[in-house]
Design a protein around this ligand. Sequence first.
Ligand code: WTA
Length: 631
Amino acid sequence: MSNKIQTLSGYIHEYAKSVQDPEHFWARIADSFHWQKRWDQVVDWNFEEPDVKWFTNAKLNITENIFERHLYTLGDKPAIIWEPNDPSEEVRTISYKELYGLVCQFSNVLKAKGISKGDRVIIYMPMVPEAAVAMLACARIGAVHSVVFAGFSATSLADRINDCKAKMVLTSDGNFRGAKKIAVKDVVDEAVEQTESIEKVIVLKRTGQEVSMKSGRDIWWHEAIDGVSTENQAEIVDSEDMLFILYTSGSTGKPKGVVHTCGGYMVYTTYTFQNVFQYSQGDIYWCTADVGWITGHSYIVYGPLLAGATTLMFEGVPTYPDAGRFWAICDKHKVNQFYTAPTAIRALQAYGTEPIEPYKLDSLQVIGTVGEPINEEAWHWYHDHIGKGRCPIVDTWWQTETGGVMISPIAGVTPTKPSYATLPLPGIQLAILDNDGKELIGNSVEGNLCVKFPWPSMLRTTYGDHERCRQTYFSSFKGYYFTGDGVKRDEDGYYRILGRVDDVINVSGHRMGTAEVENAINEHPKVIESAVVGYPHDIKGQGIYAYVICDMEGRSESNLIEEIRQTVTKIIGPIAKPDKIQIVPGLPKTRSGKIMRRILRKIATGETSSMGDTSTLLNPEVVEEIISGAQ
Ligand code: WTA
């Protein structure tokens, strides 16, 4: 814990050191880990290719740094506290020693079922400790996990399996989600049908619902582990070997597999976890994300466990059995650090303060947000009603690609400002560029958020397509990593994220590519063409607005709209379902045939009085028609 910043001047000092001599700075942090072989060079990089390596030629296993490094001192300490979907079901508390045994045992299972170093394993599971066990067991044997959020459709799952040619899927019979039971195994069966690489499917029994088990392919988890040793020697891997692939949406149609590697990811997630949340031994930390997202990877599993923390894992949803569930859990487990998404805060805010009243929330020390900009109103509500005016809010800005938090207050250290992610963490060298690529120096500037120096947990490539990684992140501004976000640096040098500047929309903190949603809509046989844009949504932050040209013959508009919604659910999953679908006679296009999204965005936002010049359009008349039918 010696790397913890405790004062503002301490932060300023650390930050300065991290910029003056990054190698020395990160070497000092990395020294607190257990390396089987030390590195030759701290960082070796080039943003043009891009080619980024941290702790070159160092050897390690990330799970040795969770277990072997801590067992001596923290063996009996709870590693995971699991709160089930149904509050009357028993809580599970798993100590470091027990988790170690479970991970070793499952590592042995994976090996026995044909998984070896470098093989890809898909994890499509509920929020249960076994999901963490699965991830860590892959890491322990040097296999590469790719967790897919269990709300994604069979088609999305199949696409991911095919993209990384995974050999195995780890899943469950079903998932509990509030009052619902989701037939997860059926989704896996349908997905695996569309793939060729899967050899085995291991199925955890969770809901007890009926499933079909394909002989020779499907194995029950409890049978697979039966009698298997709980000891396992970790595979020693290179610092730059792949740890995991996580698929995320971008501005092109197909989600890309963001690749993270072992050494740098380990160092950075631990360092940021300790500092941002100011975790102290004995604290109970809770992040409400799902392990299917990067937040779950870095700040439910890896960061906290590497730091020897107690991480709470919650299976359910914020409104089940009622809208006080989060607060009930905070009191029940005496949560000290609580980390959630603005969309959850806004959704709970809509229930008023009554659901909070039965709870004390007096154990809370730090409260955090992630995933999307937090509006001032939600920030104040969170601050006053949950943090009771005493807990600092850490508004953490980062991305799947950055691996860990990049801009955030350090709890209790950095003075906060509503809706500001505040200042970069040590090691993070930001740059704001105008659209011509000129770096804007000084304060009170606004532009494209970029990073000009590597940090240990940055993405290394996009799986199977390095050129795509270069194009997406390193080609817009030569020599910089481009985040895709717009940002303002105010008069105090504080950063406020303004949202995406590309064709990505952020729906309830989940990234959706507009092209991806359009492709799904276009799968409906009656759809001729579609265009999707984001618009401000009270709870979700952004909603999805789809303009669709259809062949209406023999169909009613309302039926067609419902069918399109179902098509999107089937192709991507319920999270991508458009909030509004407008059937339109045409889409505004430039003379070269490009859809003018700027106009569609204005219509969706209701800003129709400031449309700008539409006379250069191929079909200006269509604009009025769309406006008159807008929702
Ligand atoms: C947005 C989530 C404002 C941003 C960890 C980014 C935020 C995208 C914040 C990444 C924040 C994330 N304030 N916007 N504190 N945190 N974002 O990959 O647009 O799911 O580019 O990673 O979410 O989303 P992702």
